[in-house]
Design a protein around this ligand. Sequence first.
Ligand code: GRF
Length: 232
Amino acid sequence: MGHRLLWTPGLSIVTDKARVGILISGRGSNMQSLVAAAREKDYPAKIVTVISNRPDAPGLAWAAAKKIPTVALDHKAFRSRDAFESELQKALDAAHVEIIALAGFMRLMTAGFVARWQDRMINIHPSLLPSFKGLHTHESALAAGVRIAGCTVHFVRHEMDAGPIIAQAAVPVLSTDTPVSLANRVLEAEHALYPEALRLVAAGRARVEHDKVVISEDVNQSVPLFSPAFNK
Ligand code: GRF
């Protein structure tokens, strides 16, 4: 894995992009942001397939309309989680997927599947993990009265919404926020964060060491975040 640069005899550079499969269950707005980023010439990843466990997911129709190879695997049609995952693995193999990006994929994976994709499967969650795991994150954040909320991209582990953290984006929580207004603000940050996190992983600039992510030193990590922004 990683962003491999190959020199050809004519001295032009051929980039061998990491092959990414996106798994969705619904609207797929994060998938769209990854697809948009991957259209850039220098982006180190290519979206080779979009797979949904819900055949009627709006995101699947969107991807198909963009001519991205799509696979619908209705989990209800399988007698067990293992049977579903075995078909899923076949679809991933057929597309030669190297990295899985979960984007609103609402099925829990078995320990075996997670282990098979260890450090090659990433997820986005709409909270600053480890706070507010699971569903209803924005309600929980408002109930807790935090002044900063946000989103997290992490490598997937068997425990839900856990795993080495690759990147996080923070947004302010306003006194007037409702779960919907906060969700919208966080979602906008998600769309900016996920492509950057995938860029780091695909380029080999975010690596897991001792179950924590080490970010390559050429990434600027020195800008502090404040909420409220006291300089205004
Ligand atoms: C996002 O908020 C993501 O963080 C969470 O599920 C939601 C999916 O939204 N895991 P979309 O399908 O990407 O629009």
